[in-house]
Design a protein around this ligand. Sequence first.
Ligand code: ATP
Length: 354
Amino acid sequence: MANVQFADVRKSFGAFPVIKGVNIDIEDGEFVILVGPSGCGKSTLLRMLAGLENISGGEIRIGGRTVNSLPPKERDIAMVFQNYALYPHMTVARNMAFSLMLNAAPKEEIDRRVSFAAGILGLTNLLDRYPRQLSGGQRQRVAMGRAIVRDPQVFLFDEPLSNLDAKLRVAMRAEIKELHHRLKTTTVYVTHDQIEAMTMADKIVVMHDGRVEQIGSPLELYDYPDNLFVAGFIGSPAMNMIKGKLDPENPQVFVASDGTRLPLAKPFAQAVGRSLVYGLRPEYIQLGGEGLKAEVVVTEPTGYETQIIANFGGGEITCIFRERIDVQPGEPIGITIDPAHVHLFDEETGMRLV
Ligand code: ATP
């Protein structure tokens, strides 16, 4: 087991910088997910940790040891890739044993480790099959088994679930989480799927354009996003963002660009005159009451809740109501905002005001 540190890590491909000074501290045994939109640099960062890309600047440490110039096999890590990279002509058992055989481990040791990994992954009855005789989820498990038999200090996962259908993804999410709970191996996991990040991680690192936007537990990021990028990225459906300014006479009232007045929990006198964004998660809007008048644009029942997109004059707002509501497009509804859950952002800097 080991901690992992990225200290001012940089990477350029030619003259093109893709990692622009990243600092992340990962504790021993932690499950950390790097998340961000396509191209933000998360796979590159993981590949640098694995030793598959060289490092243009800064330091990467595993268990306190700087690994910048160590080849992959000396880093004591095991990586699970998106495409599983199984050997098609080898059985499941042999796929799992292969790296140990390369290292000339004793046969009993190999058998013991393979049967341990097969046991926890539910592969015991499939050890004689070939990859083509397995389902997508089973192949994914074999890829994980191959990592587990090596008993590494750190597991690395690069979008391991993206080739699976939606239902299997949910099931594998739970399996990987349970596996981590059992083995407690430090894990660094890359995905672009914020729901995967929210449901699996001890700690999420939100990346954007080669930089870290924020690091925190899933609920910290959800409840206290530092800036507009994190606020918009974490949460589904996304946070409503309404542009406007404060009422200079009463800085506890936000005035949307169409003149609609929206409540705040406290006055923000320091931000009068600035262009701001009013951030409101869809679930903190109640139906009815003395709040806003809006017109229904779309109703989407999911069975246990109803999502409604409504127009309040200043634009469209997404609401989630924890009940079944039968309203049609064009119908008027009243909605009430809970100001305790509103975030206010500076539009220019993107930072959340506190
Ligand atoms: P995705 O979710 O699409 O995989 P990502 O966040 O993992 O995206 P990276 O694959 O790390 O992003 O890529 C980061 C940036 O580096 C991108 O702009 C990409 O085009 C660039 N890049 C990656 N590998 C190379 C390479 N070998 N040569 C040049 N540019 C590269």
